[in-house]
Design a protein around this ligand. Structure first.
Ligand SMILES: [Zn+2]
Ligand SMILES: [Zn+2]
Length: 237
């Protein structure tokens, strides 16, 4: 057993993130392309139909002034994983993804054989996203390489930076994934605080952080209900 580099929970063998934080990373990478589309709508010229604007009447009111932070996030530029903390406000999304993909690719061993069958292991030189070097392309690539990234302690840096980036974007788009509350008590701390967040796979206790898969919750909820009914029958007898 190893421990999560982000929180005090234990992580699966050979990994540096617990199931909750692994889930969170996967959800953020899935959310990022959607949030980017929302940001792009801020920059879309007025008059072009876009979500949230009632169409058909042309320009009914003055266009919303474009926030410079939106332009900075969508702009071109360079980043490297080491410096992302220094000037977070000026790092564009694509440059940030680019930099991390390059870094992860370089830490990923590539095995090659030469003409004589001798095997060489050396780092991958380049990250090549199948869907192109776009924000969705990089998010798909990073999700595919997540199992490798989870085996390194720097996953904590990746998690912190991606979390900051998502927070900054949500602040501008006001689009926050929905939470769904679950009825059964948390099996770890007994608080009624289990909830699932859209885009994340499992269910998490907001009190103690205990994490369950949906199958585990179903089993737990069935046991919980059975115990509850048994107690009710006893009371009635
Ligand atoms: Zn964790
Ligand atoms: Zn709990």
């Amino acid at each position: 057993m190893s421990s999560c580099a982000i929180c005090p929970r234990t992580a699966p063998d050979g990994q540096h993130a617990c199931p909750l934080h692994t889930d969170e990373l996967r959800a953020w990478l899935a959310e990022l392309p959607y949030q980017t589309r929302l940001l792009e709508e801020f920059v879309a010229p007025a008059g072009r139909p876009s979500a949230g604007r009632i169409g058909g009447t042309g320009r009914a009111h003055a266009p919303v002034p474009v926030d410079m932070r939106v332009l900075a996030l969508l702009g071109p530029g360079h980043a490297d994983p080491g410096t992302a903390d220094e000037e977070p406000d000026t790092i564009p999304i694509r440059a940030w993804l680019d930099a991390w993909a390059g870094f992860i690719a370089y830490s990923h061993p590539a095995v090659r054989r030469d003409l004589y069958g001798t095997q060489y292991t050396r780092p991958c030189e380049q990250a090549v996203p199948k869907k192109g070097a776009t924000i969705p392309g990089w998010c798909t690539w990073l999700t595919a390489y997540l199992p490798h990234a989870l085996t390194h302690p720097w996953i904590a840096d990746f998690h912190r930076q991606l979390g900051d980036l998502i927070d900054r974007i949500r602040d501008l788009t006001h689009a926050v994934p929905h939470r769904h509350e679950y009825a059964a008590q948390c099996p770890a701390c007994e608080a009624f605080a289990l909830a699932a967040v859209d885009g994340q796979e499992g269910i998490t206790c907001s009190r103690c952080g205990h994490h369950l898969t949906h199958a585990e919750y179903d089993q737990h909820a069935a046991d919980f209900l059975r115990a509850h009914q048994a107690a009710a029958t006893e009371d009635a007898a």
